[in-house]
Design a protein around this ligand. Structure first.
Ligand code: G6P
Ligand code: MG
Length: 221
């Protein structure tokens, strides 16, 4: 029986994945580094510094010191914070609020497993903090996605077994983390990127609690 849902934030609950993309685009263009949406797929779900490293890899001749990198990561975060400044409850993606209410109504737990240090601010701005029993602090998790650690921590803080959890992600690294944690994985987005997921939907409006639970039951038969 499913006892908890563990959600990613960016690109799942709200469209902040697009805002991360815009902020990184600005950094890349300032540095004269090629950057596009395809390459951005590799950054989804991974930490700020790992994302920066992946962008800088594309300018192999340049030499960036540790303090250059700190400054670039901080500037990206300033751009990002500017972009999330206007987020409010209207920025919840279609179907998410109903899903959260249905999950709580069914007596199932909810946790957040986002790599973003801005996650608590966004959850508060969206006005959905009361749905979450656990918000994992990514600063406590040394190995980010695709390692399963953040999902395993969510399960342990909820006091449930990973097998009793459903994870919801929009990123390839995120789906891999859910699967390695031993959870049922829902991928939101393109089936090419998210092929390792157990159930893929094109966008969040397709997510229906009863439908998800039925699919999990059928998979066990
Ligand atoms: C999530 C997003 C990434 C982002 C990371 C760190 O995993 O999918 O795009 O880089 O969080 O976010 P932060 O807000 O801490 O820079
Ligand atoms: Mg995401």
């Amino acid at each position: 029986r499913i006892k908890a849902f563990v959600f990613d934030l960016d690109g799942v609950i709200t469209d902040s994945a697009e805002l991360h993309y815009q902020a990184w685009s600005r950094i890349a263009s300032e540095q004269g580094i090629p950057f596009d949406r395809d390459y951005n797929e590799l950054l989804k779900g991974i930490s700020r510094m790992e994302s920066l490293e992946k962008i800088l890899e594309r300018k192999p001749d340049a030499c960036f010191t540790a303090s250059d990198k700190e400054a670039l990561a901080a500037r990206k975060n300033d751009y990002y914070k500017e972009l999330i400044g206007t987020i409010g409850p209207q920025a919840l993606l279609a179907g998410i609020e109903t899903l959260l209410k249905d999950i709580v109504g069914a007596g199932i737990g909810i946790a957040l497993a986002s790599a973003s240090r801005n996650a608590p601010t966004i959850i508060e701005r969206l006005g959905i903090g009361h749905f979450f029993q656990v918000i994992v602090d990514p600063a406590d998790i040394p190995h980010g996605k695709p390692y399963p650690d953040i999902y395993l921590r969510a399960a342990s803080e909820l006091r449930v077994s990973p097998k009793e959890c459903v994870g919801v992600e929009d990123a390839e690294a995120g789906v891999q983390a859910i699967k390695r944690a031993g959870m049922f994985a829902i991928g939101i987005g393109s089936s090419e990127v998210l092929h390792e997921a157990d159930y893929i939907v094109p966008d969040s409006s397709f997510l229906q609690l009863q439908d998800i639970l039925d699919r999990i039951d059928n998979q066990k038969d």
